[in-house]
Design a binder for this molecule. Structure first.
Ligand code: BGC
Length: 726
């Protein structure tokens, strides 16, 4: 009898699943039929009109067929203000101020995919409110060098962490009927000569490090569009790269969406058309008809150099994305909403969960503002607003709370706040040229003396330092990894007179901290915190929020420790760069070469303590198609509520190729009350233990032993166990 019921249940389940699958299939085939019938009605001119921009961020539609103009907009951490149609100046609208999130590295530092989802929802709602169809993000290139100008927009040096953030971000954004544009495809890991550099790397590095984030974004996140990078890859421009664009993106990943250029990244008509580019965006050529994918494409079709079927394929890709995002007259399309309290709360959450407590040797943090009489707030970053910088990701935010404003507002009634400038921003932003960063190491003793005075008469001194978008920006790389503007001297002098000195680092990419780690007991890294930066930082300092972020990249002692620099191949020579460090990017290099960084990947403290224990797997031996079910416990052994990020690293000690000593395979952020213990279960597919075998041209899980290591950073391992793959 029981069996009978089970069978009925199984049958019913199967029927529902099949019916659902059929519904999806029918919907898709109806969509494809519509696409084909629209294409049949179009002239060649109309088709080509859909394949290039008609202004900085718009693409013409075909009015008579009900295809509206397509609106694209930057960027990854907020909807950018409206730009003039035909030049780069802002249009001066008064209703386009938006929510500004902390940029990519801060998102990844939260190690919380739920925040990526929350962000995607907000971006989608605001993009729709602004009547945008495509949002140009997320930006997911690997942080290969500490000096890359766009590190702050990117997320991590680790492909698994990137994928874990990108997938929910894209799903959420697209659930609001806005297409994501995953960028920059591929290997845009430096800004130096980004428009001309030719990147080479091994097939293994490509597969293991540089592709996984894009693959996950497309195959799991379902990203509707992809942006081809400026640079070349193995000799061919990314926007006309047969291997990347046809073989990998379309054939392997099954991408059915739109491949667009970065702004002014097209280089040909016929080659780009044949290798799979769909949409040309952003050149400065005034006459849009002259663009590669405008009149020259019409001519190429007429001369038989590009078959009509190829043009139709591109138009179909565009119409498909339009349909999926309900552009073609679907009344149920998301209307959108801007600047709600929920949106601002999401920006706050993201800033609060991103902060990484690097050291708290004397337990100076959290500060008890009820007991403090005076606090010195020092440094340019205490008052600087950052949302409006960084170039294409700059945001005209509705507001931005600075740290000084928040501290004054929250504690200024009972605590004397003594502000001192401390150091001046000596740099100048100059698009495309990092020359504005030169000679910015002057020590200003007058400002330091004032800061020392403020610190001397205060119970606590908080120095807000780090970088700003004169350093962290698209279009150039940094010249060095040091703290600019004489900040080390400032910190040293302040710490001399006030042992209760806290350093708050605001920056989006690695900095050399050797000059300060032994001079102050307390350092917290809070990134560019978006519009709610100040509120989040004040709450972190007071302990209202317990820091729970972890470094999404390694902080080297010096730039020479970092793999690309140790090997002398950043930014390359004669516009060529070979990624010689291969798969040993970031912590993979430091761990394998046994180099101790200043602070490791995955590292971050809390105001409470945690214990990771009882690591086990469901079996000892697995076959290659199985899933490893891993269990362990996380306990909050301290006195405050907080969160720990449990990280599982794997090593393959005996292998035919050199494998990194540690590779992140799974992680989970666990929130715990004091004394609370939770059991965490994580799954890792045996196939995910594979390396890319260049001899077989395929993934290979070699039979043998693998070691799972459970830690709260890539260096702090609590438990390890061995499993065997048959
Ligand atoms: C950037 C892209 C951006 C585009 C449009 C380019 O310079 O590389 O990330 O989306 O401009 O502003």
């Amino acid at each position: 009898m029981k069996n009978y019921f089970l069978k009925i249940l199984a049958l019913a389940f199967l029927t529902v699943t099949l019916a659902n699958a059929q519904k999806v299939n029918t919907k898709e085939s109806i969509q494809e039929q519509k696409i084909q019938s629209l294409i049949k009605k179009m002239t060649l001119q109309e088709k080509v009109g859909l394949l290039h921009a008609n202004s900085k961020f718009y693409v013409s539609g075909v009015k008579r067929l009900g295809i509206p103009e397509w609106a694209l907009s930057d960027g990854p951490h907020g909807v950018r203000a409206e730009i003039n149609h035909h030049d780069w100046a802002y249009a001066g609208w008064t209703n386009d101020s938006s929510t500004c999130f902390p940029p990519g590295t801060a998102l990844a530092a939260s190690w919380n995919p739920k925040l990526a989802y929350e962000r995607g929802i907000v971006l989608g709602e605001e993009a729709r409110y602004r009547k945008k169809d495509v949002l140009l993000g997320p930006a997911i290139n690997i942080i290969r060098s500490p000096l890359c100008g766009r590190n702050f927009e990117y997320m991590s040096e680790d492909p698994l962490l990137i994928s874990a953030m990108a997938v929910p971000y894209i799903k959420a954004l697209q659930s609001k009927d806005v297409a994501a544009s995953v960028k920059h495809w591929l290997a845009n890991n430096q800004e130096d000569h980004r428009m001309s550099v030719d990147v080479t790397m091994s097939e293994r590095a490509l597969r293991e490090i540089y592709l996984p984030g894009f693959k996950a974004s497309i195959t799991e996140g379902g990203a509707y569009t992809v942006m081809a990078a400026y640079n070349k890859f193995r000799g061919d421009w990314c926007s006309e790269n047969e291997y990347l664009d046809r073989e990998i993106l379309r054939k392997e990943f099954g991408f059915k969406g739109v491949l667009m250029t970065d702004w002014d990244a097209a280089h040909s008509t016929v080659k780009a058309a044949l290798t799979g580019l769909d949409l040309e965006m952003g050149t400065d050529k005034k006459d849009y008809d002259e663009w590669y994918f405008a009149n020259p494409l019409i001519k190429a079709v007429e001369e038989g150099k590009v078959p009509m079927s190829v043009v139709d394929e591109k138009v179909a890709n565009i119409l498909r994305v339009m349909m999926k995002t309900k552009v073609l007259g679907d009344k149920s399309r998301e209307k959108g909403i801007m600047n709600t309290p929920e949106h601002q709360k999401a920006a706050y959450n993201s800033a609060a969960e991103a902060a990484v407590l690097l050291q708290n040797n004397e337990n100076l943090l959290p500060l008890d503002f009820d007991k403090l009489k005076s606090v010195a707030v020092i440094g340019d970053n205490a008052t600087r607003k950052h949302c409006g910088g960084g170039l294409s990701s700059e945001i005209k935010t509705l507001y931005e709370i600075t740290p000084l404003e928040a501290i004054q507002k929250k504690f200024g009634n009972s605590v004397a706040i003594n502000f001192a400038q401390g150091y001046n921003k000596q740099s100048i932003f100059k698009e495309g040229d990092n020359i504005g960063q030169s000679n910015t190491d002057k020590v200003d003793w007058k400002l330091i003396d004032e800061a020392v005075e403020a610190a001397r008469k205060s119970d606590v001194a908080i120095i807000f330092g780090g970088l700003n978008h004169d350093f962290d920006s698209e279009s150039f790389d940094r010249q060095h990894m040091r703290l600019p503007y004489g900040q080390e001297t400032l910190i040293r002098e302040v710490a001399k007179v006030n042992p209760n000195t806290v350093v708050v680092i605001i920056a989006g990419s690695p900095l050399e901290l050797g000059g300060i780690v032994n001079r102050v007991s307390t350092i917290i890294w809070t990134w560019y915190g978006g519009m709610e930066a100040g509120n989040a930082v004040a709450d972190l300092l007071s302990g209202k929020v317990n820091p729970s972020g972890k470094l999404p990249f390694t902080l080297p002692v010096s730039i020479e420790q970092s793999p690309a620099h140790a090997l002398g191949n950043f930014p390359g020579r004669n516009q060529k760069v070979n990624y010689e460090e291969d798969v040993l990017v970031g912590y993979r290099w430091f761990e394998t070469k046994k180099i101790a960084p200043q602070f490791p990947f995955g590292y971050g403290l809390s105001y409470t303590n945690f214990e990771l224990d009882a690591l086990s797997t469901d079996k000892n031996t697995y076959s290659k198609d199985e899933i490893i079910r891993i269990k362990f416990s996380v306990k909050n052994t301290g006195k405050l509520y907080g969160a720990e990020v449990a990280q599982l690293y794997v090593s393959d000690p005996v292998c035919s190729v050199l494998r990194p000593t540690k590779e992140l395979k799974a992680f989970q952020k666990v929130f715990l009350q004091p004394g609370e213990v939770k059991t965490v279960e994580l799954n890792v597919k045996v196939s995910d233990l594979a390396f890319y075998d260049e001899t077989k041209k395929d993934w290979n899980v070699a039979a043998g032993d693998f070691v799972f290591q459970l830690g709260n950073s890539s260096r702090d391992i609590f438990k390890a166990l061995k499993i065997t793959v048959k």
